[in-house]
Ligand binder design. Structure first.
Ligand SMILES: Nc1ncnc2c1ncn2[C@@H]1O[C@H](COP(=O)(O)OP(=O)(O)O)[C@@H](O)[C@H]1O
Ligand SMILES: [Mg+2]
Length: 375
């Protein structure tokens, strides 16, 4: 697995149970999966020689992030390395404007968008769709880094360096909800979706994951069908997360991740098979595991580094006292605004599971009670 962050760390956990030997590529010995004891190489994800070393003797090469340039993945494929997901499908998660174009060609419902390179084009888009406009760096963004609002291009133009590589523009949509569907597709072609999740973001970063998403059954079914048909139509393999917007009661596809995803962390306790085990099964061409929920409701809340820079681990013992709270701390250095862990609670309904998960997270984050609000 290329990458050694928390996704690799949790995949390592799944690999231990299965007896699968997982080797990760870390850029630095301080990364989360290395701390957890994963077999590792130190190297750079865009250095082909490091990737060759990583893949040596392995049945399959996969990823915990999007940072390997697709030309390099393609080169490895040409050299005979089995890479899952393939360079072609991985690009859907690496380049938001390529993904929009490809999914548009395939007929999937998308927000209006335009790839632009000049300030005039930004101004024209805003005049056409209304201000503010949402601008996204097509590559390299995550957790809202690389996404910002342009209030009025003529009054306050986008810095030229942000336009140089092209910008993906979208109208600022009135989002009723955001959903995520994690789907796994094995190299055998078998496909299974995990239950549809509602994701709740703050400052464009996912904070809460509510499962099953509290939406009408018809919408839930449509979300699942859309996610499965995207994975099939793009011939993607492994675990794929499909982020969607609910606008005017209907679904629009936001973006894809071709790897285990934050919105799927609830599956560790919340479904029969975790997304991490499912990813291993899928990339190895094994039968997929059951995605049945293990409780009527499952809520995951992310633990984010508090503004005072304190480490949530200093409050672990107290958080461990919250009944039903499954604590996951990634062992990363605490920095304000950084995702450091998550808490999952299973319960009879979303409200009670959410209350307990938030209680534990508030303790871990140092009791920031202002974070608790109705969603
Ligand atoms: N067009 C839009 N209108 C309103 N909100 C948006 C729009 N695009 C993105 N957002 C908000 O910003 C968040 C992050 O955007 P996204 O494109 O998913 O980037 P990232 O790669 O950082 O996850 C979304 O989850 C959503 O809350
Ligand atoms: Mg996103």
């Amino acid at each position: 697995m290329v990458g050694a962050g928390q996704l690799a760390r949790m995949t390592h956990r799944a690999a231990i149970d299965l007896g699968v030997e997982l080797r990760v590529l870390a850029t630095d010995p301080d990364e989360a999966a290395v701390h957890a004891g994963a077999d590792h190489l130190i190297g750079t994800p865009d250095e082909i020689t490091d990737l060759r070393r990583l893949a040596e003797g392995a049945e399959v090469l996969t990823f915990d992030h999007e940072h390997v340039p697709s030309e390099i993945i393609e080169q490895l494929e040409n050299e005979g390395v089995t890479v899952v997901p393939s360079a072609r499908s991985k690009r859907l998660a690496q380049d938001k404007s390529y993904a929009r174009e490809r999914l548009g060609e395939l007929g999937f419902p998308l927000p209006p968008f335009r790839l632009v390179h000049s300030s005039e084009e930004v101004a024209d888009f805003g005049d056409e769709y209304g201000w503010p406009v949402v601008a996204k760096a097509p590559t390299g963004g995550y957790d809202g880094k690389g996404v910002w609002m342009v209030d009025d291009e003529r009054a306050e133009p986008v810095p030229a360096e942000r336009l140089a590589a092209g910008l993906l523009l979208e109208p600022k949509l009135e989002l009723q909800r955001e959903l995520a569907v994690v789907v796994a597709r094995s190299t055998t072609g078998e496909t299974r979706a995990f239950p549809v999740a509602e994701t709740v973001q703050r400052e464009a970063m996912c904070r809460e994951i509510l499962v099953p998403a509290p939406i009408p059954e018809a919408l839930r079914q449509r979300a699942e069908e859309l996610a499965i048909s995207i994975v099939e139509a793009t011939d993607s393999h492994g675990v794929v997360a499909v982020e969607m917007f609910v606008v005017d009661g209907d679904l629009l596809i936001n973006e894809l991740a071709l790897r285990p995803h934050n919105s799927g962390h609830f599956t560790i306790e919340g479904t029969e098979t975790s997304q991490f085990e499912q990813h291993l099964r899928a990339v190895l061409g094994w039968p997929l595991g059951s995605t049945e929920l293990t409780a009527p409701a499952v809520v995951t809340v992310n633990v984010v580094g508090p503004s005072d820079g304190s480490d949530p681990r200093s409050r672990l013992a107290e958080a461990a006292g919250v009944p039903g709270a499954h604590l996951h701390i990634y062992g990363k250095e605490a920095r304000p605004g950084r995702k450091l862990g998550h808490v999952t609670v299973r319960g009879p309904d979303l409200d009670s599971a959410r209350d307990s998960a938030l209680a534990a997270v508030m303790i871990l984050e140092g009791n920031r009670s202002e974070e608790v609000e109705d969603v």
